[in-house]
Design a protein around this ligand. Structure first.
Ligand code: FES
Length: 96
């Protein structure tokens, strides 16, 4: 009987430990960042919201780059920015 109870206690402790570890790791991985506040260009610190605002004011990618300094550093954001502006452009065409 003692061994059965001991095994049960160890099993429950293991389950509890796994639950705590899972909760901690999932809360650490969660991003509590508003997508609009996401920095798209880390070299210039330009956020997604700022890119969208400038795009809606009629700026193209080159103008946004000149205005914000985005895309003029390492160039690592180029694909993401281009895809985002293309997406905004397509959304604009759909709403017309
Ligand atoms: S991350 Fe945009 S130029 Fe470097």
């Amino acid at each position: 009987m003692y061994l059965v109870l001991r095994r049960y206690a160890l099993k429950m402790a293991n389950v509890k430990l796994r639950t705590v570890l899972t909760l901690n790791s999932s809360s650490m991985n969660e991003k509590h960042i508003n997508p609009a506040d996401e920095v798209m260009c880390h070299c210039s610190g330009t956020t997604r919201a700022e890119m969208q605002r400038l795009f809606e004011q009629g700026m193209d990618m080159d103008a946004i780059s000149r205005w914000t300094g985005a895309l003029s550093g390492c160039g690592g954001c180029e694909w993401d920015v281009a895809a985002f502006l293309k997406e905004l452009s397509e959304q604009g065409e759909r709403s017309i």
